[in-house]
Design a protein around this ligand. Structure first.
Ligand SMILES: N[C@@H](CCC(=O)N[C@@H](CS)C(=O)NCC(=O)O)C(=O)O
Length: 245
């Protein structure tokens, strides 16, 4: 049996990994870390050169020298292919293989960096009329509309009819990540219906109970989004310059 430990910094993208493991019914241990005050605490920083979450520790083959893997996407692929028999991925022979790859990578490759850039710009410009904010805002709105169009087309999941790891990767961008950068989803019916489909899943509920039991899931999936994490907005605005984050 696999001996997996997920190192998860609470209220963060690490939530994807327990979600995936629960969906695949693969047993794991979870070690929780709290932000200190915004970034990783010293014990998580010490575990890997990037000091970020998620981290997967795999002691299956060698308990004295476990594999330590970072990067959400790499961890997801590792789990799917090493322990999941390829479940929740689409194979190259599947007609929607290209869709699967595209949407699997879209969250960390386009939407999430776009949201983060907009958050940074928001903190740096005098007003939302500033062209630097407008440019980033247009990119985020374009990305969300692109996801919405896709979901209105499939009327199911990102890769097509089946729930896949592409959905696991994307959900956090529309839920917990909105604690860092707000995004009103009122106009995006496709995204809202898909969010409900994904977050109604038992795997998601079990994962969130283990990883972030204090997070309000209903607020996370609401059209307006969850309450913001104040310390992040302050950090983006440079209000804590000189202080340790
Ligand atoms: N590209 C990485 C990013 C990891 C990352 O930045 N994680 C955040 C959690 S949302 C983190 O650990 N932040 C705390 C820190 O960097 O100190 C991934 O996809 O796993």
């Amino acid at each position: 049996m696999a001996k997996l430990t997920v190192h998860h910094l609470q209220v963060g993208q690490g939530e994807r990994i327990p979600f995936l493991l629960e969906e695949l019914n693969i047993p794991y241990h979870i070690k929780l870390y709290q932000r200190s005050p915004l970034l990783s605490p010293p014990e998580l920083k010490a575990k890997h050169p990037m000091g970020a979450s998620p981290l997967l520790e795999d002691a299956t083959d060698d308990a004295s020298n476990p594999i330590l893997l970072a990067e959400s996407g790499a961890i997801a692929e590792y789990i799917i292919h090493k322990y999941g028999n390829g479940r929740l991925a689409l194979p190259p022979s599947h007609p929607n293989f290209a869709d699967y790859l595209y949407w699997f990578h879209f969250s960390n490759g386009s939407l999430q960096p776009g949201l983060f850039r907009r958050a940074l710009t928001r903190g740096m410009v005098p007003s939302e009329e500033d062209p630097r904010f407008i440019g980033n805002d247009m990119r985020v709105k374009g990305s969300i509309a692109h996801v919405n169009d896709r979901l209105l087309k499939t009327n199911a999941y990102l890769a097509g009819d089946e729930f896949t790891a592409a959905d696991v990767m994307m959900v956090w961008c529309f839920t917990t990540m909105r604690k860092f950068e707000p995004a009103d989803l009122t106009e995006y019916e496709g995204v809202l219906a898909w969010l409900k489909r994904c977050t109604d899943r038992e795997g998601y509920r079990r994962a969130m109970k283990k990883g972030d039991p204090d997070l309000d899931i209903e607020a996370g999936i609401s059209a307006k989004g969850p309450p913001l994490m104040d310390i992040f907005a302050k950090a983006m605005a440079g209000k804590k310059a000189g202080e340790k984050l």
